[in-house]
Write a protein that binds this ligand. Structure first.
Ligand code: G4P
Length: 526
């Protein structure tokens, strides 16, 4: 399969992780621009006002200025095919981000040079560490006054616990920004404020000893030479193997909004970031070079395109070649389905896929039969591992303004909970509709989407539930439990039995009373 291996080796599938406002959207735009995926990447302002970023799907995102959904963007850069999986930056959407990180081969961390390592970055880094995801670092907003670069690298090393290898080094910052020095190429990329907007044509001076540098930088040139000598002496040299093992991060400096420092980043990224590698399943390791198609679903999105009113399951291809119209084996259901009109993602424009390869993401139309974590194969019974489920921490009761819309409300709550960010519960002894979520903003999002996508006006009110536990055990014990605990028992959207505990003490007592049952924090991985 030379073609399979060739296509696999060209793929670079990654996500950008950052604290909100560090510049992820801006950098995404610039990367897409370099990849020719969008024609114009104006200032973010222009985007926010009129022509919203290609990665922002929902109106809600624009209103709130946060990315609610993860989108998938594919573009070509040099001879590589880059798949960029966008992730929401807001903490209330972290489950989505965590699951997306299981579908990538590497990550790019964006840090604001004035703020350094922030709280969200720390949490996302922890997730990346679980799978030793290799990470590139981009320190952004160099056109503004920021912190001392040595101090920033120290902070990354001590707070995030990863070795830093500077690849570019800033020459000044804020109004004194002159450019960056590329430590591997021995070249200075000069910065021209405001000039590098659309495409970057930074002037490059080859060699630190080049007299041209003295002409351009004057007295600063000598200072730069001294500084670089110190940096080389005090920092780790870039080691591709340590990077691939997740132990070292190559660091780049720049200004995304000015398109500065992005080319060196992207060049190094497509060269060093890993191509799709092996993936673990319950029984064996699947090599990405295997000829038979395998993949898993890491994300489900309802009503992605309001005009189509469809639900899409995002499948990451782990091995083999995907062909449009092929039959896929849905392992959990033990059934074959036909992937007749699978989708590939070029941000908002959806194109029909003919072929896709390891590392690519395809969108399958879902009519409620595909769940997060589902594996697809050509017939083999496999189950990819490592796709997390999340325990809801907040609970609300849905209240309808128009009681005649009950059916619509139920449908909306079930379909939206398939996406995995919220969970839907129906108590056994009353007609409440209860929603569980990890972040409070999720309730606003659901209310908004119910109105927009299902034409239902609902509000969410507080309810006395402390936590939820998925109850497992023998059928007989479960029947007993169902009968005796009626007031606190519910079914989730998939019909699994859930205990809704009013308090911590109550949960403890119940667990003690029912020692033969298991009380799990998350639903069973399907
Ligand atoms: P996010 O997706 O990580 O949340 O960040 P986003 O790209 O939306 O950027 C957050 C803010 O930082 C935006 O400003 C954006 O213009 C600004 N920004 C991004 N990159 C740079 C950079 O290299 N230099 C400077 N100086 N600013 C940068 P905003 O105030 O939210 O919007 P706007 O009013 O500036 O449009």
């Amino acid at each position: 399969m030379p073609k399979l291996n060739e296509e696999r080796a060209r793929r670079r599938t990654f996500a950008i992780i950052s604290h909100p406002d560090a510049g992820k959207t801006t950098l995404t735009e610039k990367l897409l621009l370099f990849g020719g995926a969008i024609q114009m990447a104006g200032a973010v302002k222009a985007k926010k006002a009129a022509r919203h970023a290609t990665s922002d799907w929902m109106k809600l995102e624009q209103e709130r200025g946060i990315s609610v959904t993860s989108s998938v963007m594919q573009f070509q850069y040099r001879e590589r095919i880059v798949n960029l999986l966008d992730t929401p930056g807001h903490a209330d959407f972290s489950e989505d981000t965590y699951r997306t990180l299981t579908a990538v081969d590497s990550a790019l961390m964006v840090i604001d040079c004035a703020k350094g390592v922030e709280e969200r970055t720390i949490r996302l880094m922890e997730v990346c560490r679980l799978r030793q995801t290799p990470i590139f670092t981009f320190i952004n907003k160099l056109d503004r006054e920021g912190r001392d670069p040595v101090e920033l690298l120290d902070e990354v090393e001590s707070v995030l616990g990863i070795e830093c290898a500077p690849v570019t080094w800033p020459i000044g910052m804020g109004s004194r920004l002159k450019g960056v020095y590329h430590l591997l190429d021995d070249a200075v990329h000069l910065y021209e404020s405001g000039r590098n907007y659309v495409t970057q044509q930074a002037r490059i001076i080859e060699g630190l000893d080049n007299p041209e540098l003295d002409e351009v930088l004057g007295g600063d040139a000598a200072e730069l030479r001294d500084e670089i000598e110190l940096v080389r002496g005090a920092s780790h040299p870039f080691d591709p193997d340590r990077y691939l093992a997740g132990q070292q991060t190559p660091v780049f400096f720049g200004s995304a909004i000015n398109n500065f420092g992005v080319t060196p980043l992207l060049d190094a990224f497509v060269e060093h970031a890993p191509a799709p590698g092996p993936r673990e399943t319950v029984g064996r390791t699947v090599e990405s070079t295997e000829p038979d198609l395998t993949g898993f679903v890491f994300k489900i999105q309802a009503n992605m395109d309001p005009a189509h009113r469809d639900r899409i399951a995002f499948m990451r291809i782990c091995s083999g070649r995907f062909e449009r119209g092929m039959k896929l084996h849905h392992v959990r259901l033990g059934k074959d389905i036909k992937a007749a009109n699978a989708l590939t993602f070029m941000a908002q424009d959806r194109e029909q896929v003919e072929n896709a390869w390891p590392g690519d993401i395809v969108g399958l139309h879902n009519h409620g039969t595909i769940g997060i974590g589902d594996t697809f194969t050509l017939g083999e019974s496999l189950q990819f591992t490592g796709i997390p489920n999340f325990a809801p921490e907040l609970f609300r009761r849905a209240q309808l303004r128009d009681p005649l819309k009950l059916k619509q409300l139920q449908k909306g709550l079930i379909q939206l909970s398939e996406e995995g960010a919220t969970q839907f519960f129906r108590p056994l002894n009353n007609n409440d509709l209860i929603l569980g979520a990890v972040g409070v903003l999720q309730f606003d999002v659901v209310a908004y989407r119910l109105k927009n996508e299902y034409n239902v006006d609902a509000i969410f009110e507080n309810i006395n539930i402390h936590t939820a536990r998925w109850v497992r055990g023998t059928d007989r014990k479960l029947d007993d439990f169902r009968r005796q605990m009626q007031t606190n028992v519910a079914e989730d959207a998939a019909g699994q039995l859930v205990y809704l505990a009013p308090s911590r003490v109550n949960l403890q007592l119940t667990e003690e009373r029912w020692p033969d049952l298991e009380f799990a924090e998350t639903r069973e991985t399907l």
